[in-house]
Design a protein around this ligand. Structure first.
Ligand code: PAF
Length: 328
């Protein structure tokens, strides 16, 4: 199976490191320092316990250099998905699959619009990675990957799942896309904006009581919106699920924190923004997601400064309000 990975960030590199011993893999990206480091020294993957491994990965910024692909793994930021779909259109074989493992809502739709429903599929992964420096990542989160399939894509998605499992990435098939996407979204709404605003690793949200409550409330608010759309999540309590993921990825700097730290646009539109706009459609108030959205937008422009106490103090009343059903 010829694999192309779109995106040379931490997650693209992590999947490249797992898959490249088994099958030809090309990474496609534009980050010059990363491409230079990978070409010169390869990729170093540091595990949470300190062990590290080296991997030779082939990465390029030149789409015509990439052989026809059976599988395109989409691991760019959600704001770049439409562009990624255009880029892989001439590379992906007629019966190839583009698989999004990104955060947020709307990525599958953007791939489908360009590649067709027969070639666009979606998965979610509990794997987590942090970029340490060009050519070096920390493998900071372990957990299953779920791939959604339709009758048309089932055979090819099964082949991808088999490849992932052989590579050591525990993978299962799932037939309910919406449940999968919203399950991940609830976790991302809980963890990503708050870690970015506080400038802390995910584990902080499990240790600080106020941060923990805000994380759990944001995830639960997202689950209520999902419910209003008729979507049942695969776990009973989204707040507890966010807590478990934050524990399992305690050392990780969430992707949104990493975006803020390198001055890049975040995925807040596809995460809290998507929850707020869906809540509006079904008449569900989303005060916590709306406030996290507002604060991240300010932080992106440099107008919200890092201040743990101030951030927690301004978000905490929204949680108390939610817990008392608005009767404070
Ligand atoms: O975006 C992220 O960082 C990840 O989806 C997660 C699971 C929150 C772990 O950091």
């Amino acid at each position: 199976m010829n694999v192309v990975i779109i995106g040379v960030g931490a997650m693209g590199c992590l999947f490249g490191a797992f898959l490249s011993p088994l099958t030809p893999v090309t990474l496609l990206g534009r980050w010059p320092e990363q491409l230079a480091a990978l070409a010169q020294d390869g990729l170093t993957v540091v595990e949470v316990d300190g062990r590290s491994s080296r991997h030779q990965l082939w990465a390029t910024n030149n789409p015509p250099a990439i052989p026809p692909a059976d599988l395109a793994l989409i691991l760019v930021k959600s704001g770049q998905t439409a562009q990624a779909a255009q880029t892989i259109q001439p590379i992906l074989k007629p019966d190839g699959l583009a698989l999004t493992l990104q955060n947020g809502l709307g990525n599958l739709e953007k791939l489908t619009a360009v590649l067709g429903a027969n070639r666009a599929v979606l998965g979610i992964t509990a794997q987590g990675a942090t970029m340490l420096e060009p050519g070096k990542i920390r493998h900071a989160g372990h957990g299953p990957t779920h791939l959604a399939y339709t009758p048309e894509t089932e055979r090819r998605v099964t082949a991808v799942a088999n490849l992932f499992n052989q590579a050591g990435l525990q993978t299962e098939l799932a037939d309910n896309v919406d449940s999968l996407v919203w399950a991940k979204l609830a976790v991302n709404c809980g963890i990503n904006p708050l870690t970015a605003l506080l400038g802390v690793p995910n584990g902080f949200l499990t240790e600080n009581e106020s941060a923990k409550q805000i994380m759990m409330a944001a995830a639960r608010e997202t689950a209520i919106v999902a419910q209003s759309l008729g979507i049942t999540l695969p776990y009973p309590d989204a707040g507890k699920r966010a807590l478990q993921v934050a524990q399992a990825t305690a050392a990780n700097h969430s992707s949104m924190l990493q975006d803020i730290q390198r001055g890049a646009p975040t995925e807040i539109e596809a995460i809290c923004g998507a929850v707020v706009s869906n809540g509006r459609k079904t008449g569900i108030p989303t005060p916590i997601n709306a406030e996290l959205y507002r604060m991240i937008k300010l932080q992106e422009t440099g107008a919200w400064k890092l201040d743990i106490e101030k951030t927690l103090t301004s978000l905490q009343p929204l949680v108390s309000n939610l817990n008392t059903g608005g009767k404070t």
